[in-house]
Design a protein around this ligand. Sequence first.
Ligand code: B12
Length: 138
Amino acid sequence: MSLIMASFLFAALLLLVPGILTEKAYGPNPIELTIVNSISNAPNETYSTDIVFRGILLGAMRRLQQTNSDFKFTYTEDPNYGPFLESVNGVAGDKAEHTYWELLVQTGKNGTVIRPDVGIGCYIPEPNDRIILNFTKW
Ligand code: B12
């Protein structure tokens, strides 16, 4: 093989490798969404959806709502903190009854459940996370 051809192949490889490595990160990544009602103890519901690279949870929830008629949610806009999850599948939080939808995440990495310190408009899920929307009391 001539030196010119070898250097051409090497250059082509250099161009291809970063593309192959980053493709997965930029494409859609799977997450699961589990709806838990800790007050009525209704059976859990689990949906699969996906998240774009570094996308917010609200985006994945909107896409799921558009593609799956079984999943519905509403939110209100807080002037300081952004979207506050108000209802899921017709079940709404109520100030007088001290009920709300809590956001929990079972991480895909080690399975521990965390309670994010931001809401659905700021939280950025990791691929393979299980998002838990838990109807509960404060
Ligand atoms: C009390 C409280 C709650 C109560 C509010 C109940 C009520 N109606 O009184 C409940 C338990 C519902 C709650 C829930 C959550 N909260 Co809260 N909450 C607070 C707290 C301790 C005080 C708020 C308050 O009363 N301010 C005084 C009143 C007069 O002002 P206000 O503007 O009217 O307050 C309203 C908003 O704060 C709103 N609110 C409360 N929490 C949240 C969270 C989000 C994302 C949004 C959009 C609005 C919102 O509810 C208040 C009453 O209407 C603050 C921390 C703090 N010390 O300020 C955290 C705080 C606002 N909450 C926070 C978070 C993260 C959450 C949750 C996402 C936690 C979770 N993982 O589930 C959930 C919201 C989930 C959802 N459904 O979208 C964060 C927000 C940070 C951020 N940048 O997103 C704070 C700052 C605490 C923190 N971790 O640092 N919360």
